[in-house]
Design a protein around this ligand. Structure first.
Ligand code: GLC
Length: 595
């Protein structure tokens, strides 16, 4: 075994041993950091020198309110995250994206920012944040901030000034317009979160525009002073060592200055408003000027900081535009097309993966299934009977294509969506406005399930900000760490494989080769390692029946007649599978090496 690989395995074994001891003592006894640092250096050395880190990284989204509470108030915090870095390191995570922790009245749980260059005391202090970044760095984990440029909180000092008078110097930092007629908003634009996007402010007798909640007034990105202030805020965090930004709701930055009405579509939405096409408030071409400017901000720093865009682009053409004509905008656009297939469909995943492969910018998107805004994948893709097996199938897809994978905390233990059952329990305002059709996003934001103790290792508080679901009993880190057949063990195996198999890690042009293109049930592809000729075969059965496929790999230069299993679920009886007659179990996932 080559020396470097040996080191990996040693560290993985150490990780497994550590995961078998109680979480508390894991945290008390820090990892052998010398070994970890050696592993980090080794990981970096294994990457082609010209590649930025994010091409090979696995990113993990943390919703800080729900990851780990360190002070017993029932809400997660920064020191809580720091105390769980060893877990993330053992799992095989390269970077964490933390959703907003800025001071905020928390109407939208942090996406209503009241100050861009500070930490809300609920989560800790700037010193805690610096400590987190430093401790993460020791473990080879980068920290990505969430950046919210489209709007501020109505409590932000800028907005308070802006609304104070029509002649205030900050008036033009937001979008203020006159009524269309007495009591009538300027036009028919609707908030993404229900009802008119205009709010009347009697103090100055004008309306302000809010794409999201009333308490989230939109900034005016046509004002150069706004742009400068926001780029300065980005620099503040880059100076503190963050590895980039996930830029929130970036396609919503501009609105039609002529205030054309949006086209009305048939039917009504969950809020009881007429459906409309957000034609004049979404994806206006000027967003690309801003993205170029943001890219220049991060490019001025060493270490290849990344810009990730949150924009639910409707098709590959729009997604491709996010990279910029000269690769000068977003490095990792979030791929909502794949995230929202919402059914197990081999042809649909194949079609979308083909499109990504052929995108004219040769870009690499960010691939995910779950996040804090949409129901978790365990139930969204599960059939209600085989959800654990399907979770492993989806994990295999997420972690073996050539896109950069993004995990959402808890998906690795099969956390499910647990919606409130009573309106009075709802925290997310969308759920209050849209109840009962729209129950909001609380269901995918419940606390992380660490163990079986009171508070499930998340908190010592009697009451946590959202209840811990009953499913925490069997589905938690401690229990699953001891079970080799658990979802967590499967994720760990896959993540370790990504590290040890260059064909899986390295994007390398042409390294994704779709196979059996007409198969309606089985998604199969080859990840080629152009350097060594050793390739990885991935076979995913997206149906509830066993399937047999014939895989002709000779045209890909593969001489062997079988694939040697690297990881699979369920485990086939044989570790070598014949390519001519490859049998795959219902919802089975197989990853093997071929040469
Ligand atoms: C993004 C966030 C979402 C938030 C919205 C408004 O879509 O992901 O959670 O509510 O922006 O800021």
């Amino acid at each position: 075994m080559p020396k470097l690989r040996k080191l990996f395995y040693l560290a993985i074994v150490l990780g497994l041993c550590l995961s078998a001891i109680p979480a508390e003592s894991q945290r008390a006894a820090p990892l052998a950091l010398d070994l970890v640092s050696a592993q980090v250096e080794q990981k970096q050395a294994a990457q082609p020198a010209q590649d930025p880190w994010w091409k090979h990284a696995v990113i993990y989204e943390i919703y800080p309110r729900s990851f780990q509470d360190s002070n017993g108030d029932g809400v997660g915090d920064i020191n809580g995250i720091t105390s769980r870095l060893d877990y993330l390191h053992d799992l095989g995570i390269d970077a964490i994206w933390i959703t907003p922790m800025y001071p905020s009245p928390l109407v939208d749980f942090g996406y209503d920012v009241a100050y861009y260059t500070a930490i809300d005391p609920l989560y800790g202090t700037l010193a805690d944040f610096d400590h987190l970044v430093a401790e993460a760095k020791k473990r080879g984990i980068r920290v990505i901030m969430d950046f919210v440029p489209n709007h501020t909180s109505d409590e932000h000092p800028w907005f308070k000034e802006s609304r104070s008078s029509r002649s205030n110097p900050k008036r033009n930092w937001y979008i203020w317009r006159d009524a269309k007629g007495p009591g009538q908003p300027p036009n028919n634009w609707q908030s993404w979160f229900g009802h008119s996007a205009w709010e009347f402010d009697p103090a100055t007798d004008q309306y302000y525009y809010h794409h999201f909640y009333v308490q989230q007034p939109d900034l005016n990105w046509r004002n150069p002073e706004v742009r400068k202030a926001m780029y300065d805020a980005m620099r503040f965090w880059l100076d503190r060592g963050v590895a980039g930004f996930r830029v929130d709701a970036v396609s919503r930055l501009f609105e039609d200055p002529n205030l054309h009405d949006d086209p009305i579509l048939p039917g009504k939405n969950a809020y009881g408003d007429p459906n409309i096409q957000h034609k004049y408030t979404d994806n206006l071409p000027e967003i690309h000027d801003v993205l170029r400017e943001m890219r220049r901000v991060v490019d001025a720093y060493s270490g290849s900081p990344v810009v990730i865009s949150e924009a639910d682009e409707p098709n590959i053409k729009e997604l491709t535009k996010m990279y910029g004509a000269k690769d000068d905008e977003v490095q990792l656009p979030m791929d909502f097309q794949i995230a929202d297939v919402n059914k197990l469909s081999a042809p649909e995943f194949r079609r979308l993966l083909d499109q990504v492969e052929r995108n004219t910018a040769h870009g690499q998107p960010l691939f995910f299934f779950s996040n804090h805004d949409q129901p978790r994948q365990w139930d969204r893709y599960g059939d209600g009977v085989h959800n654990d097996q399907i979770a492993k199938l989806m994990a295999t897809l997420l972690l073996t294509t050539r896109q950069t994978p993004l995990m959402y905390y808890g998906e690795e233990i099969g956390m499910r969506t647990t919606l409130p059952t009573r309106k009075e329990d709802v925290q997310d305002p969308i759920g209050k406005i849209g109840w009962p059709q729209e129950k909001g996003r609380d269901g995918e934001r419940t606390p992380m399930q660490w163990d079986n103790s009171q508070g499930h290792g998340f908190s010592t508080a009697d009451r946590t900000w959202l209840p811990i679901p009953p499913s925490a009993e069997p589905y938690n880190v401690s229990a699953e760490s001891k079970d080799p057949g658990s979802i967590l063990s499967f994720y760990k195996g896959l993540l370790a494989l990504r590290q040890s198999e260059p064909a899986l890690r390295n994007m390398g042009q042409g390294s994704y080769v779709p196979l059996n293109r007409d198969d309606p049930y089985v998604l199969a592809y080859l990840r080629k390692n152009p350097a060594s000729g050793e390739s990885v075969l991935v076979v995913l059965n997206m149906s509830g029946e066993p399937r047999t496929v014939k895989l002709d790999l000779a045209s890909q230069g593969i001489k062997g007649s079988s694939a040697k299993m690297l990881i699979a679920s369920p485990q086939p009886k044989e570790t070598r599978m014949p390519l001519e007659h490859f049998v795959i179990a219902p919802f089975g996932a197989f990853v093997g090496s071929v040469r």
